[in-house]
Structures are given as C-alpha cells and as structure tokens.
Write a new protein. Structure first.
Length: 299
C-alpha cells in the first residue's frame, strides 16, 4: 500500500510539472517537414502526445498540429528560437501555444440568448475550456443571466450615429480584458471593416442558416417558403464580407412540410448552440488553420 501511495504521488508530481504546448504550422509542401519538426522537439527534450497533418494538393501547402510536453528543465526561449529557425528554413507560418492556458473570451449578444446561455453553461461546468471574461450587448436583456454566472455585463447601445464610438468602447474592453477570442452569439450588428480587420482570425460568428444558402434576414422563413428538408447553422470567422468568412463548423437537422417557421426556428436554435460551441472549442484548442479562404480543422 505504501508503494502504491508513493507511485500516486510521483504521477501527480509529474503531471503538475508537465509543460504542455501546441505547435501549429503551415508552409509550402515539401519533403522533410515532419522529420525536421519532430527531430527538433526530440532534441529539446519534448515528448509528442498527438500529431495531425494535412497536405493540400490544390494549394500546395502543408499543415501540422503537434501537441507535446517538454521537460521542466527545457528552456522555452531556446525551443522558440529553434522553431523560428525551422520556420525560416521552410517559409512557415507557425505559432506555439501554452496548451494549459484557458482562452479569455468576450461574448457579444443582442436579444436572442440561446447561444449565450449554452456557452455560459458549458464554460461554468468545465465542458468548454475557456474563461468567459465578459459579455457585451447592445441591449440589457441578458444582464441578470450574465451576472448569475459572476461575469461582468457591459451594455453598449448602438445606432447609426454612435457606431464608431461604440466600437471604440468595444476595442477598449477587448484590450482591458486581454481578450483572445470574440464570439458573436447572435449579435445582430454588422461590424465595421476596421473592426473586422482588427479582429481577423479571432472573432467567430454563428449564422442561423446553412451557408451559403438563405443569407440575410429571416432565413428560416426563406427556407420554409422554399420547402427545404434540412435546416442548419454555420460558424465562421468574421470578415468585412458579411457572412462570407472562412467556415469552421456546420450542422443540419431534418424537417418536413408540417413544420411552421416558428418550429424551424426552435430546432435551428439547438443546432446553432451546438455548432457555435464546437467552433469555439476548435479555436481555443488551436485546431484551426487558415488555408486561403478555407479552413483546415483538425478533429
């Protein structure tokens, strides 16, 4: 029994001392990329826990995600310098992330709260590895819901005359809270081109339709009028081209001719919540790499 207790203590100590990292990279495809990357990690005392790769024949680019841990005595700056040199050798776009750090998220919402409610629950229950640092809205409908989770709620009303000032306040909030990811959880405001560019690659929107079909307002009514047999939702990165950003996640649900638009909207709300949560998880786990206007999403 004493031996078992000692083993448990040693395992717990090793886990506490482990330094998990995730390396993501993309570059022109050529031989030797995986060999050089894995050899570099080995030379720096790192142990690969999981690796996924993809070579796109159409674009000629190679994508790699490696989850690894390093020994406590491994110098991180030396590791980063070595990866930087490798990046130069292969003309890589690369990032090295602390796998144990929870991303700080700002959720934007208007007057439909199903996606917000779902994200708050998943984060609170530990199902989603994020820290929701704040919620902001152009309305006050979900101030109490947000407060019930111990999260600061920011009311940022906006109209055509105040949009520039409102977005400036939004940027101040993002900077003050050290936000990693902005999530538009049915935030029914169009962001300016400048704000979209500032948040490029770190803002996710949920669209209440299976893009690219039925864009714009009242998509479920459009779908009903066309007699569709499936409806869905799309999570994508925010760009200045409305609802045209790189797609991260999509899902659908079957419907039939007996269902009114209100029933389609109810079913669609469930799909939206699931799709947005999956997209947020993929992003904060560093599983998404941009491939032009498309995404490579490692599961």
């Amino acid at each position: 029994m004493r031996v078992n207790a000692r083993i448990t203590q040693v395992v717990a100590y090793d886990a506490a001392m482990r330094h998990d990292h995730i390396l993501t990279l993309s570059c022109p495809d050529r031989t030797g990329i995986v060999y050089r990357a894995s050899g570099l990690l080995y030379d720096h005392g790192c142990n690969i826990l999981d690796a996924q790769q993809y070579g796109d024949e159409e674009t000629g680019r190679f994508f790699l995600r490696v989850h690894f841990d390093r020994a406590p005595d491994t110098d991180e700056s030396s590791l980063r310098n070595a990866i930087g040199q490798l990046g130069q050798d292969f003309t890589m776009d690369w990032q090295l992330h602390d796998a144990r750090r929870r991303a700080r998220v700002l959720v934007l919402v208007s007057r439909q709260g199903h996606c917000l409610n779902d994200l708050l629950f998943r984060a609170h229950s530990g199902q989603l590895p994020v820290e929701i640092a704040a919620v902001a809205s152009n309305h006050t409908d979900f101030a109490l819901l947000t407060a019930s989770h111990g999260i600061h709620f920011h009311h940022l009303p906006v109209d055509a005359s105040s949009r520039t000032a409102q977005e400036a306040r939004l940027l101040e909030l993002i900077q003050h809270e050290n936000i990693d990811l902005v999530v538009l959880a049915r935030y029914m405001q169009i962001l300016s081109e400048d704000l979209c560019n500032t948040l490029a690659g770190r803002a996710i929107n949920i669209h209440h339709s299976f893009l690219p079909s039925f864009k714009g307002a009242r998509p479920y009514h459009q779908a009903h009028a066309r007699g569709v047999k499936i409806i869905g939702a799309t999570a994508h990165y925010v760009t200045s081209d409305l609802d045209e950003g790189p797609i991260i996640e999509q899902d659908v649900v079957s419907v039939d001719h007996t269902m009114a638009p209100e029933e389609l909207a109810r079913m669609g709300s469930d799909v939206e919540s699931r799709v947005l949560a999956r997209a947020v998880r993929r992003h904060v786990e560093h599983r998404i790499l941009l491939n032009g206007h498309r995404t490579v999403v490692f599961r």
